[in-house]
Design a protein around this ligand. Structure first.
Ligand code: AMP
Length: 399
């Protein structure tokens, strides 16, 4: 798939709108804990600055309640980090398409950088409102999408906005291009056996992805909170573990489909169970069949770790999306950390996708050991399913 290339645009001295993904993890004090996504956008921003552009940056951060500005989700920490990294002044607008943003955008000169406030402070963003898309598009002469992590969403600043620019005035940024090219190659020709490790908490977002991944992979290893929806389907008593009851049947369909396709489907055989969701909880290792009533599984257990290591032995391609346990708490980080080491040590092509998984791999200094760390978890899963992402569809160059 050939994308519209930023290098083909006549950007010199023009005003350019770059949609980035600055949705970075922050600690309880509002400090950025992993600025990979910000650093990944620098190539495109610097390229535009080298072309003497006036640069308008936009991003979402977290999930503020639609349309309600909330200081907790302000992009102020991102503006400060951008300033450090670019060594240039970065002006933060107080709003997205309000008077402040519009005044500052229209006065913006060559070499200056304006960051709009969290784009999700506008209700129209997630609704893909054409009015919002147009207001954003009116701010600049060129549009660049470099927000891979959110390109699977048809949102106003990602999808809607592309319709207001012709092919000479829009393109994919360097990050988006790199991600798309990588996954394109991976889908077309994965070296087998291809193993997907899928964890995390959100079953709902991932079940459809799992169904679509099944025909592409040889093995699937399940971990994290999502495992319990499957274990429940198998009739296990999962205590107070995370579960999505309305998806239990769907989980069963996935197991059946895996069997039909001959995909080896692995579930945890033991877990670290805790009496509550806390770092100082009482915890013990139990088999998946013996989770005490009222307790919750917060990590995969040592037997599962060994099982998954064996399953990974012959892997030639590994895709990992979602932690194996509540890795933010040391006590429940061991499963994820062990799996990270096995993946890093394997001779396979290793691909890590998703903010949390990238974060945990970086915490234990294994990021350099992976073949590719994607800035988008959901987006990379959808690419692997063979979908064309809404934010990319309008940026494909005609053959
Ligand atoms: P996701 O955003 O779906 O990739 O999920 C990531 C989150 O899943 C992390 O914040 C983990 O703490 C959480 N998680 C992983 N395993 C479990 C579990 N067994 N129970 C509850 N939450 C979990």
């Amino acid at each position: 798939m050939e994308l519209l290339n930023i290098k083909n645009l006549a950007l010199q001295g023009k005003k350019v709108f770059i949609r980035c993904d600055f949705n970075v993890p922050m600690d309880e004090f509002g400090n950025i804990t992993d600025d990979r996504r910000i650093r990944s956008a620098l190539a495109t921003i610097n390229y535009c600055l080298d072309q003497h552009c006036a640069v308008i940056l936009a991003s979402h951060s977290g999930r503020p309640k639609d349309g309600v500005p909330d200081p907790k989700y302000s992009l102020a920490p991102v503006a400060r980090r951008l300033h450090q990294l670019l060594k240039r002044e970065v002006v933060l607008a107080n709003d997205v398409v309000g008077t402040d943003a519009k005044t500052k955008a229209s006065a913006l000169k060559s070499g200056e950088i304006l960051l709009l406030e969290n784009i999700r402070f506008e209700a129209g963003e997630t609704k893909n409102s054409p009015e919002l898309s147009k207001e954003l598009a009116d701010m600049a002469e060129f549009y660049i999408n470099d927000a891979f992590g959110v390109s699977h969403r048809a949102h106003a600043s990602v999808e809607g906005i592309t319709k207001f620019f012709d092919n000479e005035h829009k393109a994919a940024g360097f990050l988006l291009q790199k991600e798309i090219e990588f996954f394109d190659k991976l889908v077309q020709n994965p070296v087998r056996p291809f193993v997907a490790i899928v964890g995390g908490s959100k079953v709902s977002g991932k079940l459809e992805a799992l169904i679509n991944l099944l025909p592409k992979v040889d093995k699937i290893l399940i971990g994290g909170g999502m495992a319990f929806t499957f274990l429940k389907y198998l009739g296990y008593d999962i205590g107070a573990s995370l579960v999505e009851d309305d998806l239990v049947e769907e989980a069963g369909r996935i197991i059946a489909e895996a069997q039909k396709l001959g995909v080896k489907f692995y579930l945890p055989i033991d877990v670290i169970a805790a009496d509550r969701f806390a770092e100082d909880a009482v915890s013990k290792i139990v088999t998946a069949q013996e989770i005490p009533s009222g307790w919750m599984g917060l990590d995969i257990g040592p037997a599962t770790v060994r099982l998954y290591r064996t399953a990974l032995n012959d892997a030639q391609t590994v895709l990992w999306n979602g932690p194996m346990g509540v890795y933010e708490m040391d006590k429940f980080a061991r499963g994820s950390s062990k799996i990270a080491h096995f993946v890093a040590d394997s001779y396979a092509t290793t691909v890590v996708g998703g903010g949390d998984t990238a974060d945990l791999v970086q915490r234990i200094n294994l990021d350099e050991e992976m073949t590719f760390i994607s800035t988008g978890g959901g987006a990379s899963l959808e690419l692997l399913e063979g979908k064309i992402l809404p934010g990319v569809a309008q940026l494909i160059a005609e053959a």
